[in-house]
Design a protein around this ligand. Structure first.
Ligand code: ATP
Ligand code: MG
Length: 249
């Protein structure tokens, strides 16, 4: 039985989509069968970050309405065997609460054929989005080292836990050692204390992140990317390996 993991955050733009893609590639490269679902049903982006936008024709709303066969909407990666992707709709026509419930049930159902189903969620926790939370899913809360994002992450974790989610982990993205040394950002211990969530990974500030999207290449495939190694470390921890958190991110 595979696992469903939602990537969520309180604050927007903290890196959920970047991490869903990066950790998805890393899990696939570890030999896992992975399905990535874009659940940002109003502002989809995962297709771009995966470099799959020109192959994305059908989406999860088409499956919902029975407008296509599942195989037509679920794309297999051409470069990373084991990785699959299901897009969010370009235009949402169904009620969002119903769509989130459908995505949750679909993701849980797919654990019978995938090792991991990673779900890229929209920012925040509007009441409809909370339909995604249930005891059958795990949550990776993404925060950046700033106090607004930390406070919002704590709130998301609290809401998820209230809905029965038990596996909740924190990834701090865009960590800059330089900024921390200069006291320009809270240090990691302050972030963990602020969110009260167990840390599963730190991802450094990476100057190739935006560039990768602009050239339609996954960040994971850019060898010079500093975030790349941390995606693999987080993937290994998700998969149960014990890897030091602080020594080398
Ligand atoms: N580690 C990083 N270093 C530098 N830039 C990053 C990093 N992670 C993400 N970014 C950049 O931050 C921006 C937002 O990232 P992303 O779209 O993944 O965030 P998000 O949380 O999914 O946003 P939204 O809430 O809008 O869905 C993008 O321009 C991305 O390239
Ligand atoms: Mg996003």
């Amino acid at each position: 039985m595979g696992k469903v993991i939602l990537f969520a955050s309180g604050k927007g733009g903290v890196g959920k989509t970047t991490l869903t893609a990066g950790i998805g590639f890393a899990l696939a490269d570890l030999g896992k069968k992975v399905l990535l679902i874009d659940a940002d049903i109003r502002l989809r982006n995962l297709d771009l970050v995966l470099g799959a936008h020109d192959r994305t024709i059908y989406d999860i709303q088409d499956i919902y309405f029975g407008r296509c066969k599942e195989e037509m909407a679920v794309l297999a990666s051409t470069s990373h065997p084991g990785l699959h992707f299901l897009s969010a709709p370009l235009v949402l026509t169904e009620d969002s609460g119903k769509m989130y419930s459908f995505i949750r049930d679909y993701a849980v159902k797919k654990t019978s054929s995938y090792d991991y189903v990673l779900v890229d969620c929209p920012a925040g926790i509007d009441p409809d989005m909370k339909n995604m939370f249930c005891r059958k899913v795990g949550l990776i809360c993404v925060a950046t080292p700033d106090i607004a994002s930390v406070r919002d992450a704590e709130k998301v974790a609290y809401e998820a836990s209230d809905e029965g989610v038990t596996y909740i982990r924190l990834v701090v993205n865009r960590v800059s050692k330089k900024a921390m040394r200069r006291n320009k950002s809270p240090d990691i211990d302050e972030v963990i204390d602020g969110t009260k969530i167990q840390l599963i990974g730190l991802v450094p500030e990476d100057r190739y992140a935006a560039y990768a999207v602009n050239i339609h290449k996954p960040l994971f495939d850019i060898k010079k990317s500093h975030a790349r190694i941390t995606f693999t470390n987080i993937a290994k921890r998700i998969d149960g390996a014990e890897k030091s958190l602080y020594k080398k991110f």
